[in-house]
Design a protein around this ligand. Structure first.
Ligand code: SF4
Length: 283
């Protein structure tokens, strides 16, 4: 039976993107190929907020401090926190999901497989989990990815079986929510903007791009990136989302980003988890 290293598994409301407002199970896998230490920092500077957290003081993921700069899910990939993320079998994950969703079975809930970066090595484990008898009622799945990882031929072929089913009992809607990282993340453009990879996702599900915006320069970078994705053949929707893992930062620029989205005919994504739940762990 396959195992996945799970940083968090919780039930909440999806706060971002296409499924904003939909009750969702979040499966946060451990591991990421980026650090994104530039979020919330002056351009060119990297946050040390998470680096300064002493892992030895925490035995429970939920007790970890929230950060206002850098990646807000730092403990899902920083190896110093890896012991807080257990390796769980598909059985254990499916059992836990049935414990946290209402009625103990899938109804209208949606599954978000997030990270870290969920399309790293865990692609090999998802079929076992998604085919589990307790996951049969699940109809909608989103992979929240940074859009840098190719689908393996095995996983692509597995996803294709869902896309090609016309029997409503076997139908599943697959979405790739691609949060492509602009230079404000601190990651290099050539590593983070991978249009050819993202265009391939469109063969297996609905794909949209989501850019985190804090400044006018971020929007200029997003326009450049959108041009590169379109040139490669990307056809999906594009969302702009305000920066801000904490309310004080989010509230500073949500209206500005909404105005930018309207002015440019792009979609606006909120971060409902910030005003609703203060972006606490498990929300
Ligand atoms: S890609 Fe996402 S999870 Fe990975 S470091 Fe960046 S913000 Fe964090």
């Amino acid at each position: 039976m396959s195992k996945i290293k799970i940083a968090e598994l919780f039930y909440s409301i999806q706060g971002e993107g296409r499924y904003m407002g939909v009750p969702s199970v979040f499966l946060r896998t451990f591991g990421c190929n980026f650090k994104c230490a530039g979020f919330g920092m002056p351009r060119g500077e990297l946050s040390e907020e998470a680096i300064n957290i002493d892992p030895s003081k925490y035995t429970d993921y939920k007790m970890l401090p929230l950060v206002s700069t850098g990646c807000d899910s730092y403990a899902s990939w920083d190896p110093r926190f890896k012991d807080l993320s257990p390796m769980l079998t598909s059985d254990a994950i499916a059992d836990r999901i049935c414990e946290i969703i209402p009625h103990s079975e899938w109804k209208d809930e949606h599954l978000v497989i997030t990270g870290g970066e969920p399309l790293l090595g865990w692609q090999r484990a998802y079929p076992d989990l998604l085919d589990h008898p307790k996951m049969q009622g699940l109809k909608e799945i989103t992979f929240e990815t940074n859009g840098t990882q190719k689908l393996t031929p095995e996983f692509a072929s597995y996803l294709h079986t869902w896309k090609s089913h016309h029997d409503k009992d076997f139908w599943r809607e697959i979405t790739f929510s691609v949060s492509a990282k602009l230079p404000c993340s601190g990651e290099k453009w050539e590593d983070a903007i991978c249009p050819e990879i993202v265009v391939e996702y469109e063969d297996y599900g609905t794909v949209y791009l989501k850019f985190v915006i804090a400044t006018e320069q971020d929007f200029k970078d997003a326009e450049c990136a959108i041009g590169a994705y379109r040139a490669a053949g990307f056809t999906g929707h594009v969302y702009l989302m305000p920066v801000g893992g904490v309310e004080s930062v989010y509230a500073l620029n949500n209206r500005t980003v909404a105005d930018l989205a309207m002015k440019n005919g792009l979609r606006y994504s909120d971060r409902l988890q910030v005003p609703l739940f203060k972006n606490e762990w498990g929300t």
